[in-house]
Ligand binder design. Structure first.
Ligand SMILES: Nc1ncnc2c1ncn2[C@@H]1O[C@H](COP(=O)(O)OP(=O)(O)OP(=O)(O)O)[C@@H](O)[C@H]1O
Ligand SMILES: [Mg+2]
Length: 319
């Protein structure tokens, strides 16, 4: 059985204008030590899905349906108190834009020590030396531990929040846009280090990005989301070479390929839908070049089309 097995997870936000259907019947599974990349346009529900997995949700959010089996236990019915045993210690997260939320008035070391002591009974000195080890581990000089966040470069801050996520030796790290704010060279170095950490510690990773090219480098499998739904999931090579969903194909065509053959960059007409009243049937159908009558009537199931390759489409491109 997979370490994490999510089935039909549905999470909506209550707003004045209605329920925002941000995560709709999402399925995914993650093995110990594996890495999955979640991609999709801004607003498609990537962060909402990540926060649902940890049940770190605002008060207007509600998990409507589904299971989050972690190590065989369903997290959905757990209370806040029970969830605390899982968060950080079993599943931790590098939050979107976390590097900008380091507290400016405390040294970086003290902020990580505080996070460690909150979850593990440890004396200050012990936690302190743990931070030094974590710093070395993520490629930071422990000599800079006592500095304040404003003395760090962007890349150093990002490494520090990764160190914080590693503090309690979790089984899974969810990294939400971990390198988006950084230049490409720093981005590449940090992702490479995270990938090494994954294999050294046999830790599973969920990378989230709107840039498929960036996370493909460090993921075994890619999940493509559109308007709150998981549209396709397969190993990286299959997603690049044989995408079945017209949306995945459009997403791939929108990126210039460096090594592959030259191809025309296809622009996808239209906008992603309003998630308060998404289109009936397949949520992608109004923008889909392959849509037929059934697509506006009934939502296609997310099914395993070939071993390890899942797709939710009535008219997949070709098998
Ligand atoms: N607290 C909230 N209350 C109501 N709606 C919300 C809330 N948070 C997010 N949403 C809505 O949920 C949908 C999914 O948002 P989410 O932030 O999960 O997308 P995302 O894929 O992470 O986008 P990005 O790439 O920009 O980070 C959007 O329509 C967003 O407006
Ligand atoms: Mg997000």
């Amino acid at each position: 059985m997979a370490l994490l097995e999510v089935s039909d997870l549905t999470m909506h936000y209550r707003t004045r204008s209605g329920w925002v259907q941000a995560v709709e019947r999402v399925n995914l599974s993650l093995d110990r030590g594996a890495a999955i990349g979640l991609v999709g346009e801004s607003g498609c529900g990537k962060t909402s899905l990540a926060m649902s997995l940890l049940k770190l949700l605002p008060s207007n959010a509600q998990i409507k349906e589904g299971q989050i089996l972690f190590d065989g236990n369903d997290l959905v019915p757990l209370t806040e108190d029970q969830m605390r045993r899982y968060r950080w210690e079993r599943i931790s997260m590098v939050f979107q834009a976390a590097m900008n939320s380091l507290n400016p008035v405390y040294t970086v070391r003290d902020q990580i020590v505080e996070a460690i002591q909150y979850h593990m009974p440890m004396r200050y000195e012990e936690a302190w030396s743990r931070v030094a080890k974590l710093f070395e581990f993520v490629g930071l000089d422990p000599g800079v531990m006592n500095q304040y966040p404003h003395e760090y470069s962007g890349g150093m801050k990002q490494r520090a929040v990764i160190a914080m996520a590693l503090a309690c030796d979790p089984d899974i790290i969810i990294a939400d846009e971990p390198t988006t704010a950084l230049d490409v060279i720093v981005q590449d170095r940090i992702l490479k280090r995270m990938d090494e950490i994954r294999s050294e510690l046999n830790m599973a990773m969920i990378y989230i990005s709107h840039d498929i090219a960036v996370i493909a480098e460090v993921s075994d499998r890619i999940g493509v989301m559109y308007a709150g739904k998981m549209m396709e999931m397969a190993d990286v090579v299959t997603i690049f070479q044989k995408p079945l969903h017209p949306y995945t194909f459009a997403l791939m065509s929108a990126f210039p390929s460096v090594r592959g053959e030259k191809h025309e960059l296809v622009e996808l007409p239209g906008e992603p839908p309003d998630l308060i009243s998404p289109p009936k049937g397949c949520r992608f159908h109004p923008r889909c070049p392959q849509a037929t009558a059934v697509c506006s009537e009934k939502a296609p199931e997310f099914t395993e089309v070939e071993p390890g390759h899942f797709c939710a489409c009535w008219n997949p491109r070709s098998k």
